[in-house]
Design a protein around this ligand. Structure first.
Ligand code: CA
Length: 760
């Protein structure tokens, strides 16, 4: 260490700057961002996931009651266990849950309310690879560090004649067996909220580093210290020992959706490593993934927000595959009989949310992961006859659209190849012309009418306009994929034609999209500020822009750029008034729009998240630059209330990540990114090819948000978009920033990004 040789005074002056230089990407991450949420108002609806990137099992401190989707909320005072979780969203809730809690006291406490211990955020460390908290009621410090399917916990006890660990297998039919000779507890939980097979089980194994002096099982709330095995509605196990102050007890825990034997196999992810070794490996892995984007900037708040968002962007979809003793990749199939099938499977992502920019982020920076996810989609298709739209772990009935087509097309068109695209081609065509017999949001509800009329009629299908607009974009995705695969024009014709179906819902008298009846007449009455009804969690002002693949076509419908720009401006200037009558109450997405002081712009939900970038198509890119910064500065932070609505499995976070880069994939499948405004002084993307792309913003500041000029590898760059191929070549993009808009840059047709209507 050089510092040892420095004079003492100089050494005392240095540490702050030296320490700052040593921070690695994961040091900026707070996993508590978004946890100050509740049913009526979401600031993220996240929980502190203690996990590896795309890992199979996540862990969390559990503050909420068993079964409560808001399982960790920042405002809570007490922790009732450390829960293995697979929850993608409180609205979807959890599956495969069980929990572990250390205790001290004369007797072990089982009841989840009575055993909950006071804690403070001041005695809490929340990192992706490491969590630590002081459980005050027991004078125990608990630490957790994860692997992909296992975890280690370390409990530091006080002097305690009676120290315990309670394992709660939850209340939907569960099993435990204590094996004192092996210092091991095995069991299963069946607690779930749907999307599982009839005999669904999450098998777990917990192995301690010391023998037990006390054992008991719990049957329906009754602690029985004479038994070591039980199957009942709500089973648990309690083991005990005595400890001296500062004594550390370490346990290893793993689980499997396949079998008890496979859970033991998954425990080998830890092997003989110590807690600290597992933690260091976890930290290194997180830095490898987060470090694909290197940021140089002096604003530590922005760095914290950025890397916390990037952390959220690489959690979902979660792995559902496991590795056998022979090294084979297999998975529990949540379809059919729940049997074990070969190959990859990923889950816990709502494609309605994540097609927009989460998957495009994977395609740019982590394509090797998305190739595995695409291979998993092949398996879902083969095992269930459909691609997923909202998987957790199997098909769930949630949201609208057929956006699996976008996820398949964007991956392939951006060059991902290591999977069976022929199977996925069959799958996207099938999904466009069928609906799942039990799960109406899988496939296309209303596909017969849509194919016949050119829209989903509002007569008897709810949220018909939202469905139509997304189906039209999805058809464009299928068409583009088919072109790339060399499919015949005859086969592609319906998709090419239906890609323009958005036109059928455009009401020129309002310049907005509108529900339409079977007979061709408009939906009546019509209030463009009504949420829901023909739309999904949004109103006409939010959904009119869902023409991702053809903004020029929408401009033409509105009567030109001036009207289009006026309509975009109006989203922010129409006051946040709303009509909630369809829902019979104010849903949290409405409230989150109302309180942000941004008019009718509703960044807290996904449908409008690309809208700001549309100014790139209409000759006023400086307005995009203005509003992107307003959203980033006002609606995001690294605090527990750091999001402005449901974060939704990485989508809202990936928006920030892309926007900080200075570009955004408005139309996945087009291989273009609309240019926004780079947020940091300097950012370097370490691309999967080994090349890197640097984005510099000279003169960047809160006011200096406008792009005055730009060079790409030294050549002046005048377009409002980058192509995927150009970005992959790497090099340097240099932006000259200014605090006044440059109203001549990016204003002509040749600067505008892709529109289907312009395709000849
Ligand atoms: Ca949402």
């Amino acid at each position: 260490m050089k510092q040892k040789h420095l004079p003492l005074l100089l050494f005392m002056l240095l540490p702050l700057t030296v320490a700052a230089e040593r921070l690695t990407p994961v040091d900026y991450v707070s996993t508590l961002v978004g946890t100050e949420s509740k049913h009526s108002l979401s600031t993220g609806n996240t929980y502190p996931a203690i996990a590896m990137p795309w890992g199979m099992n996540f862990w969390m401190p559990q503050t909420g009651r068993m079964g409560d989707g808001w399982a960790y909320v920042y405002s809570a005072d007490k922790i009732r266990g450390f829960k293995q979780t697979h929850q993608p969203s409180p609205w979807i809730n959890d599956y495969g849950q069980f929990s572990i809690l250390p205790e001290t006291g004369d007797k072990p406490i089982w009841d989840e309310n009575e055993r909950a211990s006071w804690f403070s955020h001041k005695a809490e460390t929340a990192k992706p690879y490491y969590y630590k908290v002081y459980l005050a009621d027991y004078d125990v410090t608990a630490e957790i560090t994860p692997t992909e399917r296992a975890a280690m916990m370390r409990f530091t006890y006080p002097d305690a004649e009676h120290a315990y660990v309670v394992i709660d297998a939850f209340d939907n039919g569960s099993y435990v067996r204590i094996m004192p000779d092996q210092r091991r507890i095995v069991g299963y939980t069946t607690k779930n909220s749907g999307g599982v097979t009839k005999d669904f089980r999450n098998w777990f194994v917990v192995e301690f580093d010391r023998p037990f002096t006390y054992t008991a099982v719990v049957k329906e709330g009754n602690i029985d210290d004479n038994a070591i095995e039980t199957t009942n509605r709500h089973a648990g196990a309690i083991i005990g020992f005595s400890t001296r102050r500062g004594e550390q007890v370490t346990l290893k825990v793993a689980s499997s959706f396949i079998s008890e034997e496979q859970a033991v196999q998954n425990l080998r992810e830890i092997g003989r490593r110590s807690f600290d070794q597992v933690m260091t490996a976890g930290r290194d892995r997180w830095n490898e993934i987060l470090g694909r984007i290197e940021v140089e900037d002096t604003n530590i708040d922005h760095l914290r927000t950025f890397y916390s968002c990037l952390y959220r962007s690489v959690l979902f979809p979660r792995s559902l595959f496991e590795v056998t003793a022979d090294g084979d990749i297999v998975h529990y199939s949540p379809y059919g009989e729940g049997d074990v099938r070969p190959g990859y499977l990923f889950t816990d992502s709502g494609f309605w949310d994540t097609f927009r920019c989460l998957f495009p982020l994977l395609n740019l920076l982590y394509p090797e992961m998305n190739e595995k996810m695409q291979a998993g989609l092949v398996n879902t298709w083969l095992e269930s006859g459909f691609l997923p739209e909202w998987a957790s772990p199997g098909h769930r009935g949630c949201m609208v659209g057929n956006n699996s087509a976008s996820i398949v097309a964007d991956a392939y068109l951006k060059g991902l190849r290591n999977y069976d695209i022929d199977a996925l081609w069959e799958a996207v065509k099938h999904g466009a012309n069928a609906v799942h017999p039990q799960i109406s949001s899988t496939g296309r509800l209303g596909w017969e009418d849509y194919n016949k009329l050119g829209y989903v009629p509002c007569d008897d299908i709810r949220e018909s306009a939202a469905r139509t607009l997304e189906y039209a974009y999805d058809d464009w995705c299928i068409y583009q994929l088919g072109l790339a695969l060399g499919k015949k024009a005859k086969e592609l014709k319906p998709y090419r034609e239906h890609a323009l179906n958005y036109r059928n819902l455009f009401d020129p008298s309002h310049n907005l999209m509108r529900g339409r009846k079977k007979d061709g007449s408009w939906m009546e009455p019509y209030n463009p500020l009504q949420w829901g009804n023909a739309f999904t969690e949004g109103n006409a002002w939010h959904y009119t822009w869902s023409v991702f693949h053809d903004p020029q076509g929408l401009i033409n419908l509105m009567g030109g750029q001036d009207v289009f720009n006026h309509m975009l401006d109006s989203v922010f200037s129409v006051p946040p008034i709303f009509d909630e009558s369809y829902y019979g109450g104010v849903i949290h997405e409405i409230r989150e729009m109302q309180i942000m002081n941004m008019g009718n712009y509703a960044h807290g939900n996904q449908p409008i998240q690309h809208m700001i970038y549309l100014y790139d198509w209409s000759g006023q890119p400086w307005k995009a630059q203005y509003w992107i910064r307003e959203v980033m500065d006002r609606l995001y932070s690294a605090a527990p209330d750091g999001y402005c609505g449901d974060e939704d499995n990485g989508q809202t976070s990936a928006w920030y990540v892309f926007s900080a880069m200075g570009f955004y994939p408005v139309c996945p499948g087009s291989n273009q990114y609309a240019i926004g405004t780079p947020y940091f002084d300097k950012m370097t993307l370490h691309l999967p090819s080994g090349r890197s792309l640097t984005i510099e913003a000279e003169g960047n500041s809160a006011d200096g948000r406008y792009i005055d000029g730009m060079t790409f590898n030294g050549t002046p760059y005048t377009k409002n978009y980058f192509t995927h191929a150009d970005l992959l070549k790497g090099g340097i993009i240099t932006c000259r920033m200014a605090d006044k808009p440059n109203t001549s840059r990016g204003t002509t047709d040749d600067a505008f990004p892709y529109s289907f209507s312009n395709e000849k």
